[in-house]
Design a protein. Structure first.
Length: 652
């Protein structure tokens, strides 16, 4: 696996050379013209300089004085703002009433963006990291109000952004942690409780923006909650299952160490006041390893932040890690940058990288997953910079790259950001019905996607990239009147269906179908030929004919799908829906040793450089483990393990 930055550097060099050549040819072709300052400018540069105002000297606005209400679309609904204008100025921007934006995530945007708009008299404002949807909703709402007041929105958006700071801030600590997600927060807790000085650098505006702040809950072994519920399974039970599933392709020592402290971690959280309960066994594991964190966002991670700070820990928000500082082969700190451009240099005895993978980096997602578009469900602040920093510092990548897939439905980017109450027509992507690829051919046992949507099923869809569900009217009617579990005969072997879909009717399916057709990812047709033509599924008719023959006999002779999922496609209207895979997070990152130290290409640990969470690729199986909550658990407990190892090393 090559260096993450190598291809980007090569591309940048090539583009730079091409740009330089183009500029030279333009200068030679058009001649040089001396400006007032004696510098040479091409004709294009002269034209641009005359057309665009310098700095923030935008065209003077001429507003219709008064107060206007503008509306923008946020993450969870509309955001309304009340904007007051004088003749030439935006006087005030006030968020109006209640909105559905996520508490703790949107707070900084709701407070800061209006203030910056007024201060800078501009709509060229950077979104707050981790709250881009809310930030953009406010900017759109103000733009709406500007338009109502007769202002020039284009000019306000074209203004130069505020100048970046040139300041340098230097700090010294024992441990610097990059990322305040699951691994970063538990690492900070453990280190601070051990008496070490800790500084946490977080790209987002709060601890509420990470996947760890949103995930449902981790697996654990031996927590008080499990003991009180009568659960007697052991570390061996969970460890052996995970090793069997992964075919021992992971660092077994690390996985076992994480499981051994997992119950203690849950007890620690509970002692701090976190509300935790025990989940049902939704996937038929045979025992109940998964916990449920009742609160999300700031209500969850804020509890951990307070604990870190009570032990002397410090957080720097909107601060992005840029480089691991190396001295004589040892990690001695981190160089970072604040949102305002201030350079931050943190000198430290040890570094923990926990930046959460690369779900938010479309280019890397396509590079590692065969050009496939994967719709993000989790934090898009994680773009792979932690992995880049480690590789640049001499580390190497591991090989187990994968995703934690969406177990609730399929997705399509045309439908927008996926939510729990998403279009019900997306649900057919995980119901085990007929699925075909771009040619209209079946590509795997669809029952795997229904039974194991998080793990094996997720990889099946990821491998294909773009796939299509095909059903008839009878199937659609069954989903609306009975629900899928009852419609296909309530099969006992479909444990996940029994646990989560029993009696669940898709009462809004008709509206979902209409929306899917309107957005271009669904079709309803009287004939299969017409349905196939809509998505150019060349072999669909032959595939359905063969599928119906197998359904009639009750045996899938092609891929061995369970009989219950072999629902025939008999009579129109016929429905076809186009789907893409989606993911809560990526798994896989840099290679680490048994102590979570990054390894170089000689398999030698880089002194002082530790990795936690999904950045520590050696802990994660691809496909993802078949126990829900495994990734979250490994992230939480790897942070603690890294800090334990650092404390042991520094106190020797």
């Amino acid at each position: 696996m090559r260096n993450l930055k190598s291809w980007r550097k090569a591309l940048n060099i090539s583009l730079s050379l091409l740009l330089a050549s183009a500029m030279l040819l333009t200068a030679c072709d058009n001649g040089a013209s001396n400006g007032a300052n004696g510098e040479n400018k091409t004709k294009m540069e002269q034209n641009n300089s005359s057309a665009e105002p310098a700095g923030n000297e935008a065209t003077l606005q001429n507003y219709k004085e008064g107060t206007y209400v503008g509306t923008g679309k946020g993450k969870n609904g509309e955001v309304k703002v009340e904007v007051t204008f004088t003749k030439n100025k935006i006087e005030s921007v006030v968020i109006q009433g209640e909105n559905g934006e996520t508490k703790g995530v949107s707070d900084a945007a709701l407070a800061r963006i209006p203030e910056q708009i007024v201060d800078q008299q501009s709509l060229a404002i950077d979104a707050v990291a981790g709250a881009s949807l809310t930030s953009n909703a406010i900017l759109d709402a103000v733009a709406d109000a500007v338009q109502q007041a007769g202002g020039d929105v284009t000019a306000l958006k074209s203004m130069s952004k505020a100048k970046k700071s040139t300041e340098v801030q230097e700090l010294t600590t024992d441990v610097v942690i990059v990322g305040a997600g699951a691994g970063g927060m538990t690492g900070a807790m453990e280190a601070a409780r051990s008496g070490l000085k800790v500084i946490v650098l977080e790209k987002g505006a709060s601890v509420a923006v990470s996947n760890g702040a949103m995930a449902g809950g981790p697996i654990a072994v031996g927590s008080r909650i499990q003991k009180e519920a009568g659960e007697t399974f052991t570390v061996d039970d969970v460890f052996n299952r995970m090793m069997d599933y992964s075919s021992s392709t992971v660092n077994a020592s690390l996985v076992r160490q994480a499981l051994e402290i997992s119950g203690e971690t849950i007890d620690m959280f509970q002692d701090l006041g976190m509300e935790i309960s025990l989940r049902e066994d939704n996937f038929g594991v045979g025992y109940r390893p998964r916990m449920k964190f009742e609160k999300k966002g700031l209500d969850r991670m804020g509890i951990l932040q307070k604990d870190v700070e009570s032990h002397g820990g410090q957080f720097l928000f909107e601060t992005t890690g840029k480089k691991v500082l190396i001295d004589n082969g040892k990690a001695v700190g981190v160089e970072a940058e604040k949102a305002d451009g201030t350079k931050v240099i943190v000198h430290a005895k040890s570094v923990i990288m926990a930046t959460g993978g690369f779900l938010g980096n479309d280019e890397l997602m396509k590079e590692y997953f065969g050009g496939v578009k994967v719709n993000p469900l989790g934090s898009t602040l994680s773009v792979g910079e932690g992995m880049d920093m480690i590789v640049e510092a001499g580390g190497m990548l591991d090989s187990n790259f994968g995703i934690v897939a969406n177990e609730f439905s399929a997705s399509n980017e045309k439908n927008g950001t996926w939510k729990r109450n998403a279009n019900e027509a997306l649900n057919l992507g995980v119901y085990g019905t007929l699925l075909v690829n771009r040619e209209g051919n079946r590509f795997n046992n669809e029952g795997l996607i229904a039974k194991e949507p998080l793990s094996t099923g997720g990889i099946v869809t990821l491998r294909e990239g773009l796939y299509y569900a095909v059903v008839d009217q009878a199937y659609m009617d069954g989903l609306k009147t009975k629900g899928v579990y009852q419609h296909i005969g309530s099969p006992a072997e479909w444990v996940y269906g029994k646990k989560t879909l029993d009696g669940r009717k898709l009462e809004n399916l008709d509206a979902g179908v209409e929306q899917a057709i309107e957005q271009g990812w669904g079709v309803k047709a009287d004939t299969l030929q017409e349905a196939a033509e809509a998505f150019k599924l060349t072999n669909l008719e032959e595939t359905v004919q063969a599928y119906n023959e197998m359904a009639k006999k009750g045996v899938d002779t092609q891929f061995g799908k369970d009989k219950a999922f072999l629902q025939p496609i008999h009579k129109g209207p016929y429905y076809v829906f186009e789907y893409q895979p989606s993911a809560w997070c990526t798994i896989g990152g840099v290679r680490v040793d048994d102590n979570l130290r990054a390894l170089n290409k000689d398999r030698t640990p880089i002194e002082g450089l530790y990795v936690a969470g999904v950045d520590a690729g050696s802990m994660y199986s691809n496909p993802y483990y078949d126990i829900e909550g495994a990734a979250f658990s490994l992230a939480l407990n790897s942070g603690r393990l890294a800090a334990m190892n650092i404390a042991k090393e520094l106190k020797q």
